[in-house]
Design a protein around this ligand. Sequence first.
Ligand code: NAD
Length: 390
Amino acid sequence: MLRSFSYYQPTRIHFGFGKLEEVGRIVSRYGKRALLVTVPPFPALEPVFEKTKRLLRKSGVEVAHFDQVIPNPTTESISRGAEMARDFRADVVVGLGGGSSIDTAKAIALEVTHEGTAWEYHLFGERKVTREILPIIAIPTTSGTGSQVTAVSVLTNPKERFKSAIVDPLLFPKEAIVDPDLVMTLPQHLTASTGFDAFAHAFESYIHVNANPYTDLLALEAIRLIVRFLPPLLCDLSNREARAQMAWADTLAGLSIANCGTTLPHGIAMSIGGKAPWVMHGEALSVVYPEFIQRTAPYALERFAAIARIFRPELSQEKDEIAAQELGDIMVSFLKEIGMWFGLEDLRIPREELPEIAEYTFKLPDYTVNPWVPTKEEVLSPLESAYSRD
Ligand code: NAD
């Protein structure tokens, strides 16, 4: 029986090579004083930052550049950006970069329009988003987080060593410019790690207990594209077609999580990120996946089998039980193929942190929507198995 569902997506998407050229026209629809939010300039992205400022100014938009984003953004870095936005009287915020820059832009847009700090609005914070925030324009330079089309800003409170998220429909960017030219400079490991994040979004929204026919469509297409285009892209980082397909897959996966969400692996990966901010989000996810598949597959056989058959169409001849079971080995091969096969030890996570990582997983809601709802012990034991990999 086809289930009932709602779908909401207010972000206007501009997709394609060269789309950055339209940034001035797009941003000027929302304001005349833009805060541009990026990481500190470095050779791969500095020309993009300069070009964006030039295009904005050419369209009559004044720009202040907050260039202090840090990967896995913290509450302090966001507050520094919010202070700059206030001093400049910004009326629109442009997040240009990976998920960390886009999420910082979202949190700044919230903090300047609300009482207190952005952190107070996280999932279990004291405050709720109550009114319009500054309009956000998102321009991704990675293909991984889907943040350009989600209502989520992920942030870390270093004092609590806790990574959480602000989730509210008012955080949806007004417009997203997805220009694959901007991801051409992404190096090998970042391409693999962010690509695996997009894969995990699609995977988890497909096996999510609240998946719906619309998110299924988006998630399955994203998985197909990533399985087909990520491995060849990693053999030739200048492959423009594969770069474009990954940028599209990332956007599809983002659209899917925006209307469904993520499950257990993301809860664990966020907990790892809170304790070990040097670990990339995609790295934390890749460590968790083999054990997660092994333990969750029996509770959603049909869906795990469908994903296995995307990797190996010949499994269509087999029963769901067999195909789903194969997915564990398929995942290990995939992670090895894309250079993402490692353990928690390789990510420099002290073994004594594992119990707290398991415990913090339960501070986030992701585990509750997994087809199999684990206990704390059932999260800790796979983390122990994932500690060292051969
Ligand atoms: P990132 O933004 O942290 O960037 C990682 C590194 O890549 C940085 O050093 C950056 O300078 C570099 N980089 C970015 N683009 C580049 C390019 N084109 N060329 C060369 N280098 C480039 O990485 P990310 O994985 O995109 O974002 C991770 C953050 O997003 C995490 O905090 C994660 O939890 C969050 N996230 C958010 C959502 C959401 O819906 N809001 C979803 C998933 C993850």
